[in-house]
Design a protein around this ligand. Structure first.
Ligand code: SF4
Length: 376
């Protein structure tokens, strides 16, 4: 077998070529990593994220600008809520951590809030690691790390991540805190939004575990995170403990897969480039050279969603109808295949998906008073 074309430093060089000359790498954040984990089968997203391509700029250059992202209003409201939650040295935030996650500990009075400022993301990550070590050693006290900086190795290069807060408990365990501006009504919030927050928090848990692994003994990073939201329609904070074990496991597996960015890069034609400066036709052909697995969920998670949705519909791919529909249809991958199987023109009658389609077609014909197509 020939050796892979790209390894280590050569891979980084190859990924820089994919971005285009002089195009800086876009840093991955926890939201991007969590979204990547939500569609683990998509090679297109994996290589674009792995190469640090700015997908919003790419989508614009392809003629399908993304509608993805938070409005300025939502950002301002979120920042104001977060400031309220962290006021007075994080007293309310720490009270919620104590109430929801650690009732057996001493109530958090006079918690320490270390200064984490330093030059550059590397400096801030080092400062955070030091603060975590010192807080863990200071047993019996509560410590709040406001916007710590964590580094997570992704495809051979560090992604810098900034959780809203990390709390060190008196027993030395660490908890991730996510502060969101969507409301919690009667103690529960929109499950889709909670799921997205849990996936994001799981990325922070993984990054914290990398810091913990460098300490001896390694502190415990709790897999139950604290989600803080406005209570009902007020701006008073309330919170819920969220178990992110599943999301952590899925994201961890997907990040391990990301090291195979090398395999995807090796399979691309020589000269492939995703620079938004390229003519649209050339760029489209580069993007289409990487397989994608579009699903409606992409609309809320990936900047390329409109482009991929158009292509998926043009190809008649059943994935455009949703992952659950796709799973029900077994080996039938296009709408044309599905209709032909339903009409009895193709497909193995023993195949449960084909049998169900033909039965559905017969029922539909009966309901409409039509003659059903003969089954073959
Ligand atoms: S929108 Fe396209 S590139 Fe993004 S995850 Fe979905 S299929 Fe992949």
């Amino acid at each position: 077998m020939p050796p892979p074309r790209t390894q280590g430093k050569a891979l980084r060089q190859r990924l820089a070529e994919l971005r285009g000359p002089g195009v800086p790498a876009k840093a991955l954040d926890a939201r991007a990593l969590a979204a990547l984990a939500a569609n683990p089968g998509c090679s297109r997203r994996a290589i674009l994220d792995g190469a640090g391509v700015n997908k919003a700029a790419l989508a614009g250059a392809l003629g399908s600008p993304s509608a993805f992202g938070q409005s300025q209003f939502a950002l301002t409201r979120g920042n104001a809520f977060e400031a309220k939650v962290k006021a007075d040295g994080g007293a309310e935030l720490l009270r919620l951590v104590h109430e929801k996650l650690d009732r057996g500990a001493e109530p958090p009075a006079g918690a320490s809030v270390p200064d984490l400022s330093a030059a550059g993301p590397e400096g801030r990550a080092a400062r955070t690691a030091l603060a975590l070590r010192e807080a863990t050693a200071a047993a019996g006290t509560w410590t709040l790390l406001d916007h710590p900086m964590l580094a997570l190795d992704v495809a051979g290069s560090p992604a810098f991540l900034e959780p809203d807060a990390v709390v060190v408990h008196p027993d030395g365990r660490w908890t991730v805190v996510e502060i969101k501006s969507f409301p919690m009504l009667d103690g529960s919030a929109d499950p889709a939004k909670v799921g997205a927050a849990a996936r994001q928090a799981a990325v922070y848990v993984l990054a914290l575990e990398e810091v913990a692994a460098r300490l001896d003994p390694a502190p415990v990073v709790r897999h139950r995170v604290l989600l803080v939201c406005p209570k009902d329609f007020s701006n008073l904070p309330t919170a819920s403990a969220v178990d992110v074990r599943k999301q952590r496991a899925v994201t961890g597996r997907q990040l391990a897969r990301l090291t195979r960015v090398q395999d995807i890069a090796d399979a691309l034609p020589e000269g492939t480039c995703f620079s938004p400066e390229l003519p649209t036709a050339e760029l489209t052909s580069a993007v289409e050279s990487v397989p994608a697995t579009y699903a409606p969920e992409c609309l809320s998670a990936c900047e390329l969603a409109f482009h991929c949705r158009t292509r998926s519909r043009e190809a008649g791919a059943v994935t455009a109808l949703g992952r659950s529909v796709r799973a029900e249809l077994g080996g039938l991958t296009t709408v044309e295949d599905v209709l032909a199987a339903a009409r009895g023109e193709t497909g193995d009658p023993e195949d449960p998906a084909v049998a169900a389609l033909r039965r559905a077609a017969r029922l539909r014909a009966e309901a409409l008073g039509q003659e059903a197509a003969p089954c073959r």
